[in-house]
Ligand binder design. Structure first.
Ligand SMILES: Nc1ncnc2c1ncn2[C@@H]1O[C@H](COP(=O)(O)OP(=O)(O)OP(=O)(O)O)[C@@H](O)[C@H]1O
Ligand SMILES: [Mg+2]
Length: 352
């Protein structure tokens, strides 16, 4: 993936995770938008603090870059507790997890990122840790194996997942509080950009923030990333101020269009419209047409294209909406599909 192609990906690169730390809000009051989740968490944490016991386990679900890791750290900060961070893929054996949970201090937060990827035996051990604050560690093999019960200090598990659908029922049931993070409105992203710019010491105008917010795909991570790129441009090619002009010019250099689509997103739409007359076309055929893996098209491009009302997933395949035709400067085929397939009308309700 080249730099410009990765520019509007919601996934973070390793280097970026370091850059993100400086602008990451530390307390609930600094966490922008998501008011419902914030209010609910505030009650949960205050209630627990008042009682002097750890709150229920918390599951944070939602697409990448919307603030799950940020919130996990905020939970620990608001409780004044320690936080232990690990991730589903890092826990291969139940012994790995047993070692972690038995070393927690009372009231600690255990943050398990990508919790849907935890290995099955470890998941089962996690159930008893979450529910009874106890784990059975198996020592030995075969008929001579014995289970040694170990106590676990009361702790709060904060799980994060981008794929809550992959979570098992028993796992989901053990969380007392489930928060689903939603995409951010452009207005919320403007607030976020002003805050980040202040922290980074970057002068930004309202119009500059509007320009970047509108292309950030509802995602704080992308907004912050575009801000850093526009700052580079403003410093090198202009007077250092992020305004409408520098934002537009910088994002043109990086091939991010006015809806926040990058080259691959546009390639998908162009293929749908030009090669398949708007669809419906199967995912794998579409992926071949743009030279990408189906999973990339499905997980990287489609969520935003669907949300922006540009692409619809129908039982018969992917379809370009009228808005997609218009976005590419083409005339939509009379609101019907060129193939003559009628789509259920509500498929287009998300069209802007
Ligand atoms: N509500 C918010 N207010 C301010 N900044 C935010 C907010 N949500 C996210 N951010 C910023 O966006 C960046 C990405 O957030 P975070 O790392 O928490 O996302 P994530 O949901 O954990 O993503 P992933 O699924 O990739 O792990 C952070 O650096 C943080 O500064
Ligand atoms: Mg994260």
């Amino acid at each position: 993936m080249t730099d410009s192609e990765g520019l509007v990906s919601a996934y973070a690169t390793d280097a970026e995770r370091d850059a993100e730390v400086s602008v990451r809000p530390k307390r609930l009051a600094d966490f922008i938008a998501q008011h419902r989740v914030r209010d609910q968490l505030d009650l949960l944490l205050r209630g627990a603090k008042g009682r002097g016991s750890p709150p229920d386990h918390i599951l944070l679900s939602g697409p990448p870059g919307l603030g799950k890791t940020t919130l996990a750290n905020i939970v620990a900060a608001e409780l004044g507790s320690g936080i232990r961070v690990t991730s589903g893929p890092a826990i291969e054996r139940s012994g790995d997890l047993a070692a972690i949970v038995t070393s927690l201090a009372e009231g600690d937060v255990l943050f398990i990122d990508e919790i849907h990827r935890i290995a099955k035996p470890a998941e089962e051990l996690l159930y008893s840790a979450m529910e009874d604050f106890r784990v059975d560690v198996i020592v030995g093999k075969g008929p001579g194996a014995t289970a040694i019960p170990l106590d676990v200090e009361p702790f709060t598990l904060v799980g994060a997942t981008t794929r809550s659908g992959l979570l098992t029922g028993p796992m989901r049931d053990r969380f007392g509080f489930v928060a689903h993070l939603d995409f951010y409105s452009p207005a919320d992203l403007e607030t976020l950009l002003h805050r980040s710019a202040r922290i980074l010491g970057v002068p930004i105008t309202d119009e500059g923030a509007v320009e970047i917010a509108g292309r950030s795909r509802g995602t704080p991570r992308i907004a912050n990333r575009l801000l850093r790129r526009v700052r580079d441009f403003a410093e090198v090619r202009a007077d250092g101020v992020v305004n409408q002009e520098t934002a537009r010019a910088a994002l043109a250099v990086y091939d991010v269009d006015d809806l926040g689509l990058d080259r691959l997103d546009r390639a998908v739409l162009v293929a749908l419209v030009d090669s398949f007359r708007g669809g419906p076309v199967g995912l794998s055929t579409l992926a071949v047409a743009v030279g990408e893996q189906p999973v990339t098209v499905e997980e990287v491009c489609e969520p935003f294209l669907v949300r922006a009302g540009l692409l619809a997933r129908t039982p018969r395949g992917r379809v370009a909406t009228d808005a997609a035709w218009r976005h590419l400067g083409r005339t939509p085929p009379n609101g019907t599909f060129a193939s003559g397939t009628a789509a259920p009308p509500d498929l287009f309700s998300a069209e802007p």
